[in-house]
Design a protein around this ligand. Sequence first.
Ligand code: NAP
Length: 342
Amino acid sequence: MLPSTMKAVQQYVFGGPEVLRYEDAPLPQLQAGEVLVRVHAVGLNPPDWYLRDGYKMLPPEWQPEVAFPVILGTDISGVVDTVTDDVRDFAVGDEVYSMVRFPSGLAGGSRAYAQYVSVPAAELALKPKSISHAQAAAAPMSLLTAWQFMIELGHEIQNPLQPHQHAPVPLEDKTVVINGAAGGVGHFALQLAKWKGARVIAIGSGGHEAFLRSLGADEFIDYTKTAAEEVLRDVDLVIDAVGGPSSGRFLPTLKRGGALFPVFPLGFSGAEDAERLGVTVSTTQVRSSGAQLARLASLLDSGVVRVAIDSSFSLQDAAKAHERAARGHIRGKIVLSVIEQG
Ligand SMILES: NC(=O)c1ccc[n+]([C@@H]2O[C@H](COP(=O)([O-])OP(=O)(O)OC[C@H]3O[C@@H](n4cnc5c(N)ncnc54)[C@H](OP(=O)(O)O)[C@@H]3O)[C@@H](O)[C@H]2O)c1
């Protein structure tokens, strides 16, 4: 028998980590095609703090209408508790992972910081067996982002960030630069590029060098000592997992015919330079996909792609996890443990 309430982290106002409250909340109600998952672990991502704070980083016309109380979070790993009659692909007791309702849940519809989450079956996949719930919860958004940018977009939905669809480029035998390589997206992007046979130059702060080399980086640039754009030339692809207004500085590092993929494209202003230099600039917004997570499960299971955990907190300590995130220099992923692992 399911309880009528669950523990969740809710907020009633926008603000800093202190607005997050661990308390009772109603259990989610299942809609057709959905699965109720008992959550074991939650992976954190930048949209969690963007929503917590009221999307202050977005222009006002892009800020979504939000109804309180809000439950943050998108990425989960757990066990199927209940399925609706029309769900065929999952059964009670299955271990699963997901990025829940993204970007459709941008205004708070994903609701992952909780003991139970309702998930559209199309956004679920069986959890990779050989990794923990914490590692599985850490993967979805960051790994899907790297996958959809670099390997397979996987949908034909209009790109909200540019008029044309994003298209990955070949990576085999190419020189690929990953900026922000130690972070969630970056450490997966690095591993996917290596898997595809690229030579990878990773950029991060100095303390991450050994970590990034252990993931396969061929070269490392400590951006606190060296301006990457002054030493890089003839690069095929730059994945800029930091992005923002300074992303254009990578344009002169690219070969004619090369590409810059800013993962955080807001503020980018190098379109004319890109045209003059003969390089492509392209971005996209990550989308939920159970089918892609199922494909990625085999890469995670086999250890081709490893998940690095920066730090772990209990669900109750979600505010502390957000304080950790605000200090920056994240190496891999921050996770919340909802059910302690045995
Ligand atoms: N387009 C999409 O759909 C999409 C999807 C996911 C994420 N994003 C965006 O992508 C960005 C990265 O997300 P994430 O989850 O990977 O964040 P993250 O885990 O916080 O990683 C960011 C990394 O960047 C490094 N960094 C910070 N400043 C840097 C600089 N000046 N030069 C080089 N590295 C620097 C940080 O460590 P060090 O400074 O110690 O090296 C950290 O490892 C965020 O802005 C996020 O909003 C977009």
